[in-house]
Ligand binder design. Sequence first.
Ligand code: NZQ
Ligand code: ZN
Length: 383
Amino acid sequence: MQFDLVNPTRIVFGSGKIARLDDLVPASARVLLFYGGGSIKRNGVYDQVTQALGTRIVAEFGGIEVNPHYETILEACDVVRRNDIGLILSVGGGSVADAAKFLASAAMITGADPWDELMAGRYPEKILPVGVVLTLPATGSESNAVSVISHQGRRIKYPFANEAARPRFAILDPDTLVSLDRRQRANGAVDAVTHVLEQYLTVPANTPVQYGYSESLLEVLFEWGPKFVQDNSAEARENVMWAANQALNGLIGAGVRQDWSTHYIGHAITALYDIDHARSLTLIMGSVQRFRLAAKTAMLARYGRRVWKIEEADDTIAAGLAIKRTEAFFREMGCPTRLSEVEGVAFSADDIVAHLERAGQTRLGENEDIGPAEVRKILELAA
Ligand code: NZQ
Ligand code: ZN
């Protein structure tokens, strides 16, 4: 086992914790209050944030879209420079946090196209610090280094990773989740499940801590995800919010081989057909697993037995049952598992493969053996 785990994000978790911004944000900081389409103004989070920031100098930038657009972040770069911003405060879900982390680097780049620079891995030496007030549990973006950004002009959705952009702090107040609608609650819990599975369902390794914790997170998400959707109780909000954070903060993935092929194919599907991130994953994940059954049998069987309590001695049969149970969970959460279930969309394997090629994602999976031809087969299985 080998890894280099850096996670400097300070997590402040619990009801009423937005007030803690007063001690987390330096009194002299010039803050950019950064948010999405306005949910924070309707549910009282905006008021709590501005109250906690008190007399600090605050500029605002709202209007970050779901699946945030590069073009909008470029507008925010101007606001950062004009106001000499010293800290970006993301208030919202994963889209706003992703955009904030990308902005932290992009605003530092002048005289070149930030997208091209960052896609080439040329990150500025110094970038702005980011803090997060999270209002949707799903992505783990509040604790990780990744920004998934959509370039509208080039029709590509791409994950950028910059360690320096990992948020300095994140406030996770489960009360902020009261206003989430049913669809967003389902999407959030399902997305977190896929994050665990893509780090866990690869090949056996001597990483019992990571695998055991992955199983605990899955058990929590399978128990509390449906309750979060159905009654949105205080307990469900707490458990899903914490589990979703832990699912993608780097811990369970440390030192383990990972398979993000479902996410990469899903990003292409969202970019091309405007399908919610979580649903783009449930459409594909079972088919990736069926297609890679031979390579993943050992971990799928372990998962089936430990998490779903499947009593089946034969590994291949146990693995197949585990895939079915996962897909049944996605359907229970109201998410589609076959492309044909999505009405009014004509999926094109050519377009999806072309997106993956534009993004340089042509060697997917833990063995880097899922290329364009294999993606086509996965899409056939998902039909
Ligand atoms: O924009 P506003 O008005 O805030 O409304 C949002 C948005 O419409 C709304 N919402 C958020 N909190 C709310 C609320 N509505 C009522 N009450 C609240 N408390 O929910 C909608 C969806 O928000 P969004 O931020 O887009 O959702 P999510 O957190 O699921 O983020 C999805 C984005 O994250 C990326 C996805 O690709 C997608 O672009 N991902 C980022 C990852 C990362 N950084 O590691 C990994 C993920 O796999 C994922 O790819
Ligand atoms: Zn995801």
